[in-house]
Structure formats: C-alpha cells, structure tokens
Design a protein. Structure first.
Length: 133
C-alpha cells in the first residue's frame, strides 16, 4: 500500500492441469514485521479464435477473509496483463508488466467516475525458490 513500505515475496505455479496460474503473495510491513498480509491470486486466460492470448480472469482472496474476495476480468497487454476487481462502487486495477527478469505489479483504485488513484506498487526480481527437503 502506498506510503507503507513492505517486503513481499511471490510464489507462482500452475494449477488445475496447467490451465491456470496461482500466485501466493506474502508481505510484512518494514516498520512492523508483525503487520502481515497474504493473498492468493488465481489467473486464467482465454484465447481468440486464432489461438492468440485474449481475456484474463482473476480471483482474489486474501487474509481479510471472504468479504474481501473478488472475481475480476481483464486483458492481455503487450508486456503483461491487467485485471480489474470490482469492490462496491470502485474497482482495483492490477497491472502486471514484465521487463527482462523484473516484474512490476501496480494496483490503482478506480472510482465510479473513472478517476484512478495509486494504491500499491511493487518491483519484483526473479529468484530461485529454496530447495525443499
């Protein structure tokens, strides 16, 4: 969340026979490591008749419980994808942009009038997962 520096780790893997991707996000506030947040994001894509990537659907569930869960819809972009999750009168637009080994994830809150306000922004670097014993 803007103005609240955090450390964040993402783990991603394919699920349901490789048809969808699950991203697990775990974060802690730098000022208070006991201030934890977790989210599971499930993504699935659609294709055009020509087989090109097209629509993206997303499910968002987090440590706030069922009241915060949301189903979103989005699209593929030239360098990533975006998903819009409705929440009451507003929506949260998640934009994922890949550049080499870096991944940008930004979230803006979009009002009913279409005005966007920055909500969160992360710059992530690909890292190997620790070996499990």
């Amino acid at each position: 969340v803007m103005g609240k520096p955090v450390t964040i780790a993402l783990k991603a893997r394919t699920v349901v026979g490789g048809a969808m991707m699950l991203v697990q996000a775990d974060s802690a506030a730098k000022a208070d490591p006991a201030d934890l947040y977790a989210a599971h994001l499930l993504f699935g894509g659609g294709k055009t008749k020509a087989g090109e990537p097209d629509a993206v659907m997303g499910l968002w569930a987090d440590s706030f419980g069922g009241d915060g869960a949301s189903q979103g819809a989005g699209k593929v972009t030239a360098d990533g994808f975006e998903v819009v999750y409705p929440y009451g009168e507003a929506a949260f637009v998640n934009r994922w942009v890949q550049s080499g080994e870096r991944l940008g994830w930004s979230i803006v809150m979009r009002s009913a009038s279409g005005k966007e306000q920055a909500f969160a922004s992360y710059e992530l670097t690909k890292a190997a997962c620790p070996q499990q014993g």
